[in-house]
Design a protein around this ligand. Structure first.
Ligand SMILES: [Ca+2]
Length: 408
């Protein structure tokens, strides 16, 4: 019996009542409270700036300084093209990392996207070849051997900058303290390495928007989402860094399946970005069909970028999120704690009460061999992450396909 069933049994309420009440809680803890943990989405901050005038730095729709850390990757490729077609973003660097495919492919794939978008002004800096402590696990089963679903593009002529990704991240964040948002759509190796190299860096990062994690089961294992599974130790460093995080995980990205209609719209638009996106999308659709899937691949990473551009696409809820790193079956699982999520015995709005935030967060129980509990202990609930829990899929695809086809 899971905790929700337990709640139904104990309080004898209907599922409808539960859903209604949960929605009310959600409404009280979404974007309206973006300031609580320094809300990471672009529109949140601009809205905050307009309403109270305190934000100062950014009162319009950008441009927002971002670094995109990525492992292209089919959905990375479309996410990069979307970002490069979005005037709200000032992309300071793109930092490829090993993930979906090895760095020897993610690096040229990122350079290809920069060339296709005509944005060779953006520096591309090579990142990590392997996770912090583990052997690289790739996802060629989903992205094809070349990482782009089998869509073939010429070798890029543009070269990466000579500065390594982690140093690039460090330099840019230090150059613009409090201004740079990290959009991470691959394993978090580069970010964790940069944070480890410079203890003050985390406090200078404005926010981090991540495609990664899940509070509702994994994709590469029953517990773990791929990006976090590949480098759970890195993910843990990021979640514990104090950077305001928005987690765009499988809870919402499972609802971003690419369709034939999307690809046809891209194919019909006559510009290099739409044509490239269509080619990648068409190959990815075919790849999925060959594997027996009835639906197209999810555009996980594009959702992280789109959610940053248009916060109305996602609803967020405060959680304390940590990463399981040692579980034999669960390494890479993201665990979310909330004193209010799914518990009817608490009043709506109670997340703001001191009583609710005093809920301790415990690690595992002591064993027969040792009286020590696991080191994962917090004496009270302090949210470190805004987790995307609902998505407006139509609005997402309007933005993605609109921007890629050049109609928006
Ligand atoms: Ca990715």
């Amino acid at each position: 019996m899971d905790s929700r069933q337990e709640i139904f049994r104990v309080s004898r309420i209907t599922r409808r009542q539960f859903v209604t009440s949960s929605a009310a809680l959600l409404a009280t803890s979404g974007f309206a409270h973006g300031a609580n943990t320094g809300g990471a989405l672009a529109g949140q901050l601009s809205k905050q700036g307009e309403s109270d005038g305190k934000s100062g730095r950014e009162t319009g729709r950008g441009p927002f300084r971002v670094i995109i850390d990525t492992d292209p990757g089919v959905d990375d490729a479309l996410a990069l093209l979307l970002a490069m077609r979005s005037p709200e973003l000032k992309i300071e660097a793109i930092t490829p990392v090993a993930g979906n495919v090895p760095l020897d492919l993610t690096l040229p794939n990122a350079l290809r996207m920069v060339e296709i978008a005509g944005r060779t002004d953006i520096p591309v800096a090579a990142g990590a070849r392997a996770p912090l402590m583990r052997r690289l696990v790739t996802a060629t089963y989903a992205h094809g051997e070349n990482g782009l679903g089998g869509a073939v593009f010429p070798q890029p002529t543009t070269k990466p900058v000579t500065t390594p990704a982690t140093e690039m991240i460090r330099q840019i964040v230090r150059k613009y303290p409090g201004e740079v948002t990290l959009i991470t759509i691959g394993p978090l190796t580069n970010i964790a390495t940069a944070l480890n190299s410079d203890p003050e860096l985390a406090s200078m990062v404005r926010a981090l928007v991540m495609m990664g994690g899940s509070l509702s089961g994994g994709n590469i294992t029953p517990a773990a989402e791929f990006n976090v599974y590949v480098d759970p130790e890195a993910a843990r460093i990021v979640f514990q860094s104090g950077i305001p995080i928005t987690m765009v995980g499988l809870d919402v990205t499972r609802r971003t399946s690419l369709t034939d209609d999307h690809v046809r719209t891209l194919e019909a638009a006559q510009n290099p970005v739409s044509q490239a996106a269509a080619k990648i999308g068409r190959n990815a659709l075919n790849h999925n069909r060959e594997r027996g899937y009835l639906v197209g691949p999810n555009m996980h990473d594009s959702l992280a970028v789109a959610g940053f551009l248009d916060p109305a696409i996602l609803k967020l809820q405060d959680y304390y999120v940590d990463v399981e790193t040692t579980g034999e079956l669960t390494a890479g699982e993201t665990l979310g704690y909330s004193p209010v999520a799914g518990d009817l015995r608490r009043r709506p709005g109670m997340e703001k009460d001191a009583a609710a935030t005093n809920m301790p967060i415990r690690g595992s129980a002591p064993t027969l061999a040792s009286t020590k509990t696991s080191p994962v202990l917090r004496d009270k609930f302090l949210p470190n992450t805004k987790v995307a829990v609902e998505i407006d899929s139509a609005r997402f695809f309007d933005l993605l396909i609109g921007r890629l086809s050049g109609s928006k």
